[in-house]
Design a protein. Structure first.
Ligand SMILES: [Zn+2]
Length: 380
C-alpha cells in the first residue's frame, strides 16, 4: 500500500524504457547501431518525464506503444506501477487504452479487464470493480485472482455473506486464503445476528467459525457476549478468559469487562491466577498484564503488587519514571495510567496504522489479525 521508494521507481522506469525500446525495435533483433534512430515520440515522452509532466509523458508513451503490438506487456507493467503508486487515473487510462484496441487478443483482453477491475478497486469504485471481477471470474485461467479480489470488494462493502461465498468458491478451486478469514466472516455474521437478537443463529455461526479455525479467540469473545446476555456470568467469564489466553493483545480492552463479570470478593483470586499464568508464560506476557491492569486503574490491587514491582525493576524506561516516596511503584503506575488513557495502544503490523481501539480487520490496509498491542506508552 505504500508508495514505491524513489530508487525502485527509477529502476522500474529504466526497465520500462528498455521494454519500450525492445518492443519498438523488436525482441531478438540486433540492437540498433545508434540511439539516434529512436522514435522522436519516445524522446519527447522522456523529456516530459524529466520535466515532470507525467500526463503528457503518458500520452506520448501510449501513442508510441499503440504503434507496436509487442509492447502489451509493457502496458501492463506500467499500469500496475501507476496503480501501486496510487496514480489510479493513469492506470485506468492505460488499461482502457488497451481495451480500445480492436486487434487485442482474447487473453490480453481478459487480462486488461482484470487489471482495470483492480484499478477500480484501488480507486474505491466498488460497484464497477465488482461487475468486472465477476465477468473475469468466468475465465478459468483468471478465476482465482478474480474471486480473491471479489472477496476484498465484498469485505469493503461489509457484505460478509457474499465474502464468505467467494471464499467457498476459492476453496473449491484450492485457492482459498487462510481459514481464519472464513472464521472472521462467520464472526461478522454472528455479530450481526446478535445485534438482531437472533442468539440461536449467532451460536450456530460461531460453532461454524470454530470449525473453520481453532483456537479462534474472536468466536469465544462473541460467545461470551451471548452468555452475558443470557445471564450466565460464569460461562461468560470462562469464555472471556479463554479468549484472553488465546489473544493476550486483547487484555487492555477486555480486562475491565472481565472484572465486571466477577463478584467483587472473587476479583483478587482471579487477578492472582492471571498473574501466575502470565508469569509462567514469560516477561512479555506479564508486562502486558501489568499495563492492562494499570490502564484499568488497578494500581493498588494487592495480587498484582509483586508483578508490577517485578516489571518496573526489570525495565530501564520504567525505572526512569520512579521517584522517591513512600509508595513509588504506585505513584509511577498512576502516572503511567494517566498517560495510557490518551495513548495509542494498538498498531497494525502490516501498515503501521495505530489507534486506541483494537480491530480484527485493519481499517487502513484491510489485513485480518494484524493488530497488536505495542509500546503502550511513550515515557517522558
Ligand atoms: Zn493495516
Amino acid at each position: 500500500m505504500t508508495d514505491l521508494p524513489l530508487l525502485t521507481w527509477a529502476l522500474v522506469l529504466a526497465a520500462l524504457v528498455v521494454g519500450i525500446l525492445a518492443g519498438h525495435f523488436g525482441w531478438g533483433k540486433r540492437w540498433p547501431g545508434s540511439l539516434g534512430k529512436l522514435h522522436p515520440d519516445y524522446l519527447t515522452g522522456l523529456d516530459y518525464l524529466v520535466t515532470e509532466q507525467p500526463d503528457r509523458a503518458l500520452d506520448m508513451f501510449l501513442k508510441l506503444m499503440d504503434a507496436n503490438a509487442d509492447t502489451i506487456e509493457t502496458h501492463f507493467a506500467l499500469g500496475s506501477l501507476y496503480r501501486r503508486r496510487g496514480e489510479v487515473e493513469r492506470a485506468i487510462r492505460i488499461h482502457q487504452n488497451l481495451l480500445a484496441r480492436a486487434a487485442l487478443a482474447p487473453e490480453h483482453r481478459e487480462q486488461a479487464l482484470l487489471a482495470l477491475a483492480q484499478d477500480y478497486l484501488r480507486a474505491g469504485l466498488l460497484d464497477r470493480a465488482e461487475g468486472l471481477f465477476q465477468q473475469v471470474s468466468e475465465v478459468p485461467r483468471l478465476r482465482a485472482s478474480a474471486l480473491d479480489a471479489l472477496r476484498l470488494v465484498y469485505e469493503q462493502q461489509r457484505d460478509w455473506q457474499q465474502a464468505f461465498g467467494a471464499f467457498r468458491q476459492l476453496e473449491r478451486i484450492k485457492s482459498a486464503p487462510l481459514q481464519n478469514i472464513a472464521a472472521h466472516y462467520l464472526c461478522e455474521l454472528a455479530a450481526l445476528a446478535i445485534e438482531r437478537g437472533d442468539t440461536q443463529g449467532a451460536r450456530r455461526l460461531l460453532r461454524d467459525a470454530r470449525a473453520e479455525a481453532a483456537p479462534f479467540p474472536r468466536a469465544a469473545l462473541l460467545r461470551a457476549q451471548i452468555a452475558e446476555h443470557d445471564r450466565q456470568p460464569e460461562l461468560a467469564v470462562r469464555l472471556l478468559r479463554r479468549a484472553l489466553a488465546e489473544a493476550p493483545e486483547l487484555l487492555q480492552e477486555e480486562l475491565p469487562h472481565l472484572l465486571e463479570l466477577v463478584e467483587p470478593r472473587a476479583r483478587d483470586a482471579l487477578l492472582a491466577q492471571m498473574a501466575a499464568q502470565a508469569e509462567s508464560r514469560g516477561a512479555g506476557e506479564l508486562k502486558r498484564l501489568v499495563f492492562a491492569a494499570i490502564a484499568a486503574g488497578l494500581v493498588g490491587a494487592e495480587p498484582l503488587r509483586g508483578a508490577i514491582e517485578k516489571i518496573f525493576s526489570q525495565d530501564a524506561a520504567l525505572q526512569a519514571v520512579l521517584r522517591a516516596g513512600p509508595a513509588p511503584y504506585e505513584r509511577a503506575a498512576q502516572e503511567i495510567g494517566a498517560l495510557l488513557a490518551h495513548a495509542e495502544k494498538y498498531r497494525c503490523n502490516e501498515c503501521g496504522f495505530s489507534g486506541r481501539i483494537f480491530y480484527w480487520h485493519c481499517p487502513a490496509c484491510h489485513s485480518w489479525d494484524s493488530f497488536e498491542a505495542y509500546a503502550q506508552v511513550k515515557l517522558r
